[in-house]
Design a protein around this ligand. Sequence first.
Ligand SMILES: NC(=O)C1=CN([C@@H]2O[C@H](COP(=O)(O)OP(=O)(O)OC[C@H]3O[C@@H](n4cnc5c(N)ncnc54)[C@H](OP(=O)(O)O)[C@@H]3O)[C@@H](O)[C@H]2O)C=CC1
Ligand SMILES: O=C1O[C@H](COP(=O)(O)O)[C@@H](O)[C@H](O)[C@H]1O
Length: 497
Amino acid sequence: MITEQHPKAVIVIFGATGDLAKRKLFPSIYRLVRNNKIGKEFAVVGVGRRPLTNEEFRHNVQESIQSSIEDSTETDEFSSHFYYHPFDVTNPSSYNELKTVLHELDNSYNTEGNRMFYLAMAPEFFGTIASNLKKEGLTDTKGWSRLVIEKPFGHDLPSAQTLNQELREVFNEDQIYRIDHYLGKEMVQNIEVIRFANAIFEPLWNNRYISNIQITSSEVLGVEDRGRYYEHSGALRDMVQNHMLQMVALLAMEPPIKLATDEIRSEKVKVLRALRPVNEENVSDYFVRGQYYSGSLFNKSVPAYREESNVDEQSMTETYVAGKVMIDNFRWAGVPFYIRTGKRLKEKSTKIVIQFKDIPMNLYYNRKEDLAPNLLVIHIQPDEGITLQLNAKKTGSGVYGKPIELDYCNNCLDGINTPEAYEKLIYDCMRGDATNFTHWDEVALSWSYVDTISHAWKKEKAELAFYRAGSAGPKEADELLERDSFHWWHVGDDLGC
Ligand SMILES: NC(=O)C1=CN([C@@H]2O[C@H](COP(=O)(O)OP(=O)(O)OC[C@H]3O[C@@H](n4cnc5c(N)ncnc54)[C@H](OP(=O)(O)O)[C@@H]3O)[C@@H](O)[C@H]2O)C=CC1
Ligand SMILES: O=C1O[C@H](COP(=O)(O)O)[C@@H](O)[C@H](O)[C@H]1O
């Protein structure tokens, strides 16, 4: 049930001394308060093992929100809603004390027994925390109890199934909010509106008019201090299994009968069910994996992946993936969805390009040149907007055409400060709107698609395409499209913001 504005709750953050809490969660809660999305009826309890006092914890919270502060007089009031409760989450006896704390805060902040348990910790703790919450009665409350879990949700289908069973012993599916922060991004949410609110696109949104769709998510950062995690994950599990396949699903799904959580999720599930499986024999026809070697970015030398800390010097982990995803259904048969994502690339950019088929005959364009295709570009980040590439008459005499771009920039408009993905998702969870969280069926189907690829790669150890840090990725990713007579588009670099 979606509740109205100003939801009330006690938010328990497990992992409150960690990186995610500091960089994303505290600032997001701050912005929700500042923007009057949540009122005074909330409290946050941080859990971690470090022995901090409430004052020290509040100081950390204040530090983390520095860049979002508009009025510094508000920060003491804001941080006074934060409490710290140190314990080791594997110790069952500590949960009873937490229960008492939550009960007191429910009363002091009039939160009506509503509780959000946010697991910002390594996934091996998820099952233990959930079962202790139940055993010690923290979920027995007169309000709602919701569990928010961070990725990774398992590392393959069997481990995800085990984790899901553990969680489902305590929480129903509709109490579990699996975060995919891409679903909180403004322009990812805009995909549905662009598609379903525009008469000019929806009739063309199929294999009769679209030749291919390209989704690129490129990063400048390397693995930073996450080598230990990333070695077992790689770009396929870290980005493709979740964010990239979610974008594919949103682009390819049928219009839902209404904008309700279950309807949208069920349309996404149908897309994931229609993904053409890749197997050991054909994996190299569909997917390329790469790893960066040393190079330079913004005039600074950067090391190879194999030289990063906590990374094996013979590592075969992919830091780059390019793939051709086929959706075998009526709407999309024959239309490749090309995806690519990688670390240490030359720019930070997430973009979707929809390339329409050429018109049947070229009357206007310079005959020696290829006709410029119509492109619809959805700029996800850092710029947010839409570009439509059309053909228009070249000024002057003659009947020559030239490609022109119609740009709309979402984050250039005065006064518009796009909310952070986490800000929106925390708010959605507090209001009970699970639309932009992933349902178990989506997670399971994505894992089963990705698992066959990683099994195939394990067997064929040799195929790893190396690319220079600071480059656009391995040439093998270009060849993947060239085989289909396409190429990656690099369009509308910025929207003039
Ligand atoms: N950081 C990011 O940008 C992103 C992170 N994630 C996911 O979010 C989760 C957290 O990531 P991140 O914040 O980076 O991790 P960190 O390693 O920075 O933080 C881990 C947190 O867990 C706490 N912790 C660890 N063991 C215990 C224990 N036994 N009992 C109580 N607390 C414990 C630590 O507290 P203490 O040391 O005080 O015990 C710390 O607060 C991970 O699942 C990660 O994959 C997902 C997307 C992005
Ligand atoms: O989930 C993850 O996403 C980030 C990229 O997110 P973005 O919002 O900056 O595009 C990625 O760096 C990280 O490895 C991955 O775990």
